[in-house]
Design a binder for this molecule. Structure first.
Ligand code: ZN
Ligand code: ZN
Length: 381
């Protein structure tokens, strides 16, 4: 899988992203986008705004100049952030003013050019309802589809940021033998891993799953006080967010001493399935076809009802975003899309196994961003 991401679109400035969002909004029949703090705002402006009860909101009319409404006390922080360099007007609102009325006063009124607005999918309900009151007669819709369509086709710079995130989480997996031992609890091991995720260059640790022995059969088991035993297979699924805002997520499988007799067979099936899925990544394959590549191999081996989740999720400024690699999705993959490939086999009461890489669809195939060995790593007990 070659690095041929140089064919991806040139990195675009935040201002270009806002223009593209405005055009996509117009195409979707939205007269304006209202984007509050979160990954959509960070994508469009570079501004990592605090999610506060006070309103911060990018207002991007389908036709017209975008502007950013911020509490007056946040205005210096906003101007110091990348949004300050975009040429987007920053409108500070004094503490006792009504920021929703302010937004409404700067938009055309209902029926005169403003019929339908898109609100970002993570906007707080209290803000959505305040906008509903401030914009009477204006229909509200989710902006998520419009913004996801932009965010899931990543630029070369975004792929590079994900590649750096992959390398950072790989460094943590590579050192797992330092922490994962019989006689320690999952929680103790998890604390060490969380520290290592930050030491490896992440700004934050987002999640740490250390699922030992029978706990491995629960895909989202996190940490418990269970003492890891000799002979336990252990699923370790970890991720964080880099200073760039881009996320990592990788799962590897360890055994403290020799695994149970029936483990290697199940693990071998899983490894073959995950490998086949990674090799099947290419432009044009649909999400459901990619899911089926692994699911069929696992089912043929008799574990079909033990692979109990979708194959994967998109990743970028959020750990879980579009595109989802799931049965029923006919979305065709395109160059620049980045997503996890993480099939699993779960045997209740016994053990589980999951192998997870982040993969990028390139012009000619796929590139894996997690490069530590996918084989079972047997650690000294
Ligand atoms: Zn994961
Ligand atoms: Zn994942």
């Amino acid at each position: 899988m070659a690095h041929d991401t140089q064919h991806l679109p040139e990195e675009t400035s935040g201002a270009d992203r806002i223009v593209r969002a405005q055009k996509a909004a117009a195409d979707a029949g939205l007269d304006a986008l209202l984007v509050s703090p979160g990954p959509d705002l960070r994508y469009l402006t570079g501004y990592e705004a605090l999610p506060l009860e006070r309103l911060t909101c990018l207002v991007a009319p389908a036709a017209g100049e975008p502007f950013l409404v911020v509490p007056l006390l946040e205005q210096p922080a906003a101007e110091a952030s990348p949004v300050g360099g975009l040429g987007v007007e920053i409108v500070g609102w004094p503490e006792t003013d009504d920021p929703y009325a302010l937004v409404a006063s700067r938009l055309p009124s209902a029926g005169r050019g403003l019929r339908r607005v898109g609100v970002d999918n993570h906007m707080w309900a209290e803000k959505v309802l305040a906008f509903r009151d401030a914009l009477p007669g204006v229909e509200q819709a989710l902006a998520g589809e419009v913004l996801a369509a932009l965010r899931m086709r990543k630029s070369a710079d975004e792929i590079e940021a994900l590649r750096a995130a992959g390398a950072a989480i790989d460094a943590v997996h590579a050192a797992m033998g330092d922490w994962l031992r019989a006689g320690r609890t999952e929680r103790e091991v998890g604390r060490d891993i969380a520290d290592a995720i930050v030491a490896a260059g992440h700004a934050t640790t987002d999640f740490v799953i250390v699922a030992s022995g029978p706990n491995g059969a629960s895909p989202h088991h996190e940490l418990s006080d269970r003492v890891i035993q000799a002979g336990d297979p252990v699923v370790v699924d970890i991720g964080g967010t880099m200073p760039s805002g881009y996320c990592s997520d990788s799962t590897r499988n360890y055994c403290v001493g020799e695994p149970p007799a029936d483990y290697p067979h199940a693990f071998g099936i899983l490894l073959a399935a995950q490998t086949a899925q990674c090799e099947a990544v290419r432009p044009g394959i649909t999400a459901e076809q990619l899911d089926a590549v692994g699911r069929e191999l696992i089912a043929e081996a008799g574990y079909g009802d033990r692979f109990i989740h979708r194959t994967g999720h998109g990743i970028g400024l959020e750990t879980h975003e579009e595109p989802y690699i799931v049965a029923g999705s006919s979305r065709a993959l395109e160059p620049g899309m980045a997503f996890s490939i993480e099939p699993g086999i779960y045997l209740p009461g016994r053990f589980g196994a999951r192998i997870e890489d982040i993969a990028v669809c390139t012009e000619s195939g796929g590139e894996r961003l997690n490069l530590t060995t996918r084989e079972l790593r047997v650690l000294a007990p």
